[in-house]
Every structure is written in C-alpha cells, then in structure tokens.
Ligand binder design. Structure first.
Ligand code: SF4
Length: 328
C-alpha cells in the first residue's frame, strides 16, 4: 500500500466524508465494517445506478473524471485483501461509458456491470440481488451488505461520487465540496462542484441561477426530494445533491405530485403492502384531487413506519412537503 493510502479509514473519518448516494452515512464506518469481517473474499462496488430523476452528478463524474473514480477503487482494492471491484451502472451510463471505463481498468480486478432494473436497483441490497442474478427486490437488513453482501461476502458499496472524493482525501486534496445538479427553470443548468457548507441561496446565486419570478424548489432528488419555498433557501442541500427550480405560477402542484406518484408506482417492487398499496391509494387521491387529512396522515404514518425498505419510507417526504407548502 502506498504511503498516501495508509490509514485511509482514519483519513476518511477525519475528513468527515459522508456517502453521496443520498443516505449520508459516514464512509469510514462502512469501510471499517468491511475491514472487520473475517472472510476470504470481499467485494467493492462503485454504485452508479443514479436512478433519482434530475440527478446527473455520477454520470458527470464518469464523463469528466473517470481516472479519479478508478484511483478511489484501487485504494479500496488495496485496503481489502483478496477483493474484487464492480462498477455498477444504470443502462444508459453503461452504454455510454463501458468502453471508456474498460480501457482504464485493463489488468485490474474491476468489471463493469449493467444494472437490470430501475430506481430500486441503486438500493444496496437490491444491487447485491441483481449482481447475483436474483429477483429484483431488497433484502432484510441487518445484516447489511458491508457484513453479508454479494454471494454472502462482505461488500463495500459506495457511490461514484464517494469514490471520487476517496481519491482526493488520500491525496490530501479534499476541499469539502460536493457535486450539485441544478435543473428546471434556470438560466444555467448543469452539474457544479461547490462547497458542502453553502446554502441553497448561495449556490443559486454563485451559479447565476437566482430567479426573478416567484419560485419553489425540489431539493435532494427530482422524485424523493423535499419541496422548499423561496423563503427557506438558507438551508443546505441534502440527499442526492440536486436542486430543481419551479415557477410557482406556472406549476400545478397536483400535476407535479401525480408525476411522482406515477413514478413511485412504476418503480416500487410490489413486495410489501404499505408501499405497494400506499402508493396506489395516494395516487388515486391525487388523481381525484381529494385529500382527506386524516386518511393521508394515517397513510403516511403507515408507509413511513412499516415499509420494508427505504423506498416506501422516504417517498412520503415530497408529498408531505408539497401538500403542506403548495396546497394552502
Ligand atoms: S418499500 Fe416498496 S420498494 Fe421497498 S420492499 Fe416494499 S414495495 Fe418494495
């Protein structure tokens, strides 16, 4: 192991790097968990599923900084003995970047994998199922993939962006930044690498994207992100790092919510009743423009507390925030 990469887990802890896939879990803890497992074989996965609508940062990193991603993976390969790495990509990224990545990984124990499903494929245990060629559904946790993952082996799953920053941290070049996707009714759409600490307002200002009309935002994902009003932009960005700007006068909140409901109905895996039936009922209420306060509260409570995986628990957020803030 090179001197730069020695004590990488300690460096990740000191840098306070959190996963960039949306869940915000401390990266060093995941690495330590995988390291602690007594197993002959370990897997490493760079998760480029990026199924969240309006989030483009992983594709941007593969397009512009593929070497940094590969160096991040090499550091993981050196840290975990007898390990093998997989770059796990959604279908269009696979088509676009497979050849480019394969040139960079020649002679390394790294392969490029094309995911089979959609949004849920980025969920860690579903990702393990896909690589094992099993049904496209999440597994019960714990055990977490870092303990028991692909083919029963400890599996380190980090986002593409996380691996990019692991390389920067190993080299002492991490400046506490992240990649933000800015889309919607803005002048200057794109992916921008900017400080983590900046507020939404500052990000929009510095990227020349402050609107001169009354607007609201969806932050942290174009489906599962929260609705933020123009009066709430002192907050920082969360989730997958996306900001979508909507013109308040020109956006019908019912149409917006119906779009999310259609998306979640299509993408859920039908395994558990709260999510499967809850999504259906929610869509029905939105389609009919009829939201009974008590029914909606009960539905959200059940989905948040009893859904089998994060999909059903987290999808409540955009609806809750839109209903509270846009339907007054
Ligand atoms: S919460 Fe939704 S996506 Fe998750 S297992 Fe249940 S039905 Fe499937």
């Amino acid at each position: 192991m090179s001197s730069e990469n020695k004590n990488i887990i300690e460096k990740l802890r000191l840098a306070d790097l959190k996963g960039r896939g949306g869940a915000n879990f401390p990266t060093y803890l995941k690495w330590q968990t995988v390291l602690d497992q007594k197993s002959a074989k370990k897997y490493i996965v760079a998760n480029g599923s990026e199924g969240e609508p309006d989030t483009l940062k992983d594709g941007y990193i593969i397009q512009n900084y593929p070497e940094d991603l590969i160096i991040g993976l090499k550091i993981a390969l050196q840290t975990f003995k007898n390990s093998q790495a997989i770059i796990y990509l959604k279908k269009d990224y696979y088509k676009k970047y497979k050849t480019k990545l394969e040139k960079l990984i020649a002679n390394l124990p790294i392969t490029v994998f094309r995911e089979k499903g959609g949004y849920l494929s980025g969920e860690e245990s579903t990702l393990c199922q896909e690589i094992e060629n099993k049904i496209h559904r999440p597994r019960i946790k714990p055990p977490f993939p870092a303990q028991v993952g692909i083919f029963g082996s400890p599996t380190l799953i980090n986002n593409i962006e996380t691996f990019y920053y692991i390389n920067k941290i190993a080299k002492g070049q991490y400046k506490k930044t992240r990649f933000y996707t800015i889309l919607g009714r803005v002048k200057n759409k794109g992916v921008f690498e900017l400080p983590l600490a900046w507020s939404i307002e500052k990000i929009l200002k510095e990227t020349n994207n402050i609107s001169d009309f009354d607007y609201f935002l969806q932050v942290g994902g174009g489906a599962s992100g929260e609705i933020i009003l123009s009066t709430e932009t002192k907050r920082q960005v969360f989730g997958s790092g996306s900001i979508v700007v909507y013109d308040k006068l020109r956006t019908d909140p019912w149409t917006l919510m119906l779009g999310w409901a259609d998306f979640f109905m299509k993408e859920n895996c039908d395994k558990c009743t709260p999510c499967r039936e809850g999504t259906y009922r929610l869509r029905e209420m939105i389609r009919n423009h009829k939201l009974d306060k008590k029914n909606v509260e009960d539905l959200f409570f059940v989905m948040e507390n009893t859904s089998f995986c994060a999909f059903g628990k987290m999808m409540v957020l955009p609806f809750k925030s839109a209903m509270e803030k846009l339907l007054k």
